[in-house]
Design a protein around this ligand. Structure first.
Ligand code: WQD
Length: 338
């Protein structure tokens, strides 16, 4: 009996592999390495302490997926595989709909063919749009999402809910992530963005290591305590353990459930800079620049449902997230060098 992890060599996927094995599951990994380096495989195995089958797999191809289900008794799937760059999605919408939507549909078709009816899906808080008030709760209406990437998350959520209506044996746990940051405490796996990081924490850590000169703070005129944007940052290992809890829930229930994975605690950009400086004793130079197109003032989770339904809540604080980020960055100044 095994759990298939699509995109299992990516940032969140690799951490989830390690936590799934730690929780006693056998895992099988499928990845096409569009957003991951194959070098992470041996690091996952070293942390898991056991062999793990890795398949180079494009989830849009049934011919890639079928051998995996033929060779392994897949009881559940944790589905990370997909493209995730907000800006890129506005330039390449068809590639995003092909990879993220067609890929999910093909995966579900093959799952059903092999009698596998449990799926945990990587969704995003971005589906709440800008009009829902913080803290965000799962029963709120989905918002006007701002880009094709976010629409692929929204469409996949609808597809999985429709599938659960059509097939009463199917179980889909749809996890809405807030802002995952940090790295495994070993410093051997972590976030390895392609090119210049879009997201705050990897950008800060590359400033700290000297790869980038200073941080651009996107706006200090928001209605917040210090004028900068507030987000719900969650340690990637906490997020990974949220997936372990979700797999256990999916194994025991049918139907679709939407669940936030966040801490319920909001920090501003400058709060994160201060926490990083405190955790590492490294000064982070920054310049305030105009707001970034599409940014909202605050994204904050109400994490109640995850606690009540999954028995899960985040454990790590912001300082730990910063310290673990820095250890990964120090050990791997150029990420997973191929
Ligand atoms: C966080 C805060 C920025 C970079 C994104 C995606 C979202 C999800 C999580 C996948 C904001 C500020 C950032 C910088 C800055 N990904 N910032 N300077 O935008 O909340 O969410 O990642 O699901 O879909 O949109 O994360 O880290 O980019 O920004 O000032 O160089 O940091 O304005 O307030 P975001 P982020």
């Amino acid at each position: 009996m095994a759990v298939l992890i699509t995109g299992g060599c990516g940032y969140i996927g690799s951490h989830t592999c390690v936590e799934m094995v730690k929780a006693g599951f056998d895992v099988v990994v499928a990845d096409n390495y569009h957003n991951a380096k194959s070098g992470v495989q041996q690091r996952i195995v070293a942390l898991a302490g056991k062999e793990i089958p890795f398949y180079t797999c494009d989830i849009r191809k049934e011919t890639d997926l079928i051998p995996i289900f033929e060779q392994h008794d897949i009881q559940a799937v944790v589905h990370f595989a997909g493209w995730k760059a907000v800006g890129e999605s506005t330039v390449l919408p068809l590639a995003y709909y092909d990879n993220n939507i067609s890929g999910t549909v093909t995966l579900c078709k093959v799952m059903q063919r092999f009698g596998c009816h449990r799926l945990v899906f990587s969704s995003s808080a971005t589906v709440y749009g800008e009009e829902n008030p913080a803290p965000l709760r799962e029963q709120m209406p989905v918002g006007k999402v701002a880009n094709p990437y976010a629409r692929t998350k929204l469409f996949n959520e609808q597809i999985l809910q429709d599938l659960c209506i059509a097939n009463e044996k199917f179980s889909a746990v749809i996890l809405r992530y807030f802002n995952p940051i940090g790295a495994h405490e070993s410093g051997t796996i972590g976030e390895d963005p392609n090119g210049i990081p879009n997201n705050l924490m990897p950008y800060i850590s590359q400033v700290a290591i000297g790869k980038l000169p200073y941080l651009q703070v996107f706006g200090d005129d928001y209605p917040t305590h210090d004028g900068t944007g507030i987000r719900d940052y969650i340690h990637v290992v906490d997020l990974a353990n949220g997936h372990v809890a979700a797999v256990k829930y999916a194994m025991a229930h049918c139907g679709a459930q939407i669940i936030n994975l966040g801490t319920g605690i909001g920090y501003s950009v400058l709060d994160v800079v201060t926490a990083f400086e405190k955790a590492t004793n490294i000064k982070i130079p920054y310049q305030v620049v105009p707001r970034r197109e599409g940014d909202v003032t605050i994204y904050l989770a109400d994490p109640t449902k995850a606690k009540e339904l999954l028995g899960w809540q985040a454990q790590y604080d912001l300082e730990t997230m910063c310290r673990d980020t820095w250890r990964w960055q120090q050990n791997n100044p150029n990420g997973y060098e191929e």
